[in-house]
Design a protein around this ligand. Structure first.
Ligand code: NDP
Length: 323
């Protein structure tokens, strides 16, 4: 089967298309014939070596396809089932062996590409808005990169709950996209001081929560944007890692809460996965969560997909179409 691997961590050119034997599912695993794979920043982190894995590194953490075979003891799925998953590596390939407990069945009216686009960023938006800082109607949140993959879905989920959403974006075109996702106010953080704007737009109080996927360039001003005892959910680092800082800053800026969550820690049990994935896929099915697929690439063009995602020019989801 064809698969994308990394033998030496580094740039996009280190993503190699290789032909390797199709794997077999072991106990509690399923073999999935992949139709579409999501492209995510986590794939870049494994490619560059920021996140460690044994060589050669199988790339891709999100996919949708059909169960081809199951190993011993699998009860969750059966051959022929249409399934999707996130947070198991190796989805940039024609087939992937996935722990069966991580697979969810795709609702009948949701196609494979939509399912692959929804899982990782959709469940991220879900845990951020429902669990990390559970939003209530009337709360105000600030969502960075509001036209991005995770950002655009977070905006929509926050609006579905009834919160007010301030969104940051880098360009006028992305502002339009974030507005279409439902953001009430847009801040062009490349031109405006977003912390000053966030205070102005909340009558000086500050927002209840900041969902920050950008990291290095936004961290400090995200703290400045919060109300007393507000929460910074720092869930990504698309501009780079946040340097070490003195926790006393959280006190001086208003007894703030800071958390650095990961999707894996919000999918601790099969029940939790079925709840989150079920709500995300049902919302897609019902038209309450609109997926914006920015571009779909052939498997062999995975390097181009990575370059595009890193270059800040995409708005929404990038997919690899495998068949
Ligand atoms: P996005 O679609 O949001 O793409 C990244 C966006 O970040 C860009 O489009 C850009 O939007 C903004 N950005 C700001 N500064 C930079 C920069 N220097 N370089 C590149 N982009 C920049 O990507 P994802 O939604 O896939 O992921 C965003 C982040 O969230 C990643 O760090 C990812 O790892 C993290 N993440 C974390 C998860 C978790 O559970 N912790 C789960 C999912 C994602 P603009 O042009 O508007 O500034």
């Amino acid at each position: 089967m064809k698969s994308i691997q990394v033998n030496v961590p580094g740039g996009p050119e280190n993503l190699q298309l290789v032909d390797i034997p199709t794997p077999r599912p072991g106990p509690r695993q399923a073999l999935v014939r992949i139709v579409a794979s999501g492209v995510n920043f986590i794939d870049i982190y494994f490619r560059t070596g920021l996140y460690k894995a044994d060589l050669p590194i199988a790339i891709g953490s999100e996919g949708a396809g059909t169960v081809e075979a199951v190993g011993e003891g699998v009860t969750e799925v059966a051959p022929g089932d249409r399934v999707a998953y996130a947070m198991a590596r190796g989805s940039y390939a024609e087939y992937a062996v996935v722990p069966a407990a991580q697979l969810v069945k795709i609702p009948a009216h949701v196609d494979f590409h939509s399912a692959a686009a929804a899982m990782l960023q959709g469940m991220t938006a879900h845990y951020l808005t429902h669990s990390t800082f559970p939003l209530k109607a009337g709360d105000t949140c600030l969502v960075h990169a509001a036209a991005g993959g995770a950002g655009g879905l977070t905006v929509q989920m926050a609006k579905n709950i009834g919160a007010r959403v301030l969104g940051t974006v880098s360009t006028a075109e992305k502002a339009q996209i974030a507005r279409q996702a439902g953001a009430d106010e847009i801040i062009l953080y490349t031109e405006q001081e977003f912390d000053v704007e966030a205070r102005r737009l909340t009558g000086g109080r500050g927002v209840d929560v900041v969902y920050d996927s950008v990291g290095k360039t936004t961290f400090e001003k995200s703290l400045n944007s919060l109300r007393p005892r507000g929460t910074l959910a720092l869930f990504g680092q698309s501009s780079g890692s946040v340097p070490a800082f003195d926790p006393a800053i959280l006190n001086s800026k208003g007894s703030l809460f800071l958390t650095r969550p990961s999707l894996g820690h919000y999918l601790l049990t099969r029940e939790e996965l079925l709840w989150r994935a079920g709500e995300v896929l049902d919302a897609v099915d019902a038209g309450k969560l609109r997926l914006r697929i920015d571009h779909t690439y052939p498997l062999a063009d995975a390097a181009r997909a990575h370059r595009d995602l890193e270059s800040r020019k995409t708005a929404g989801k990038l997919l690899l179409a495998i068949e």
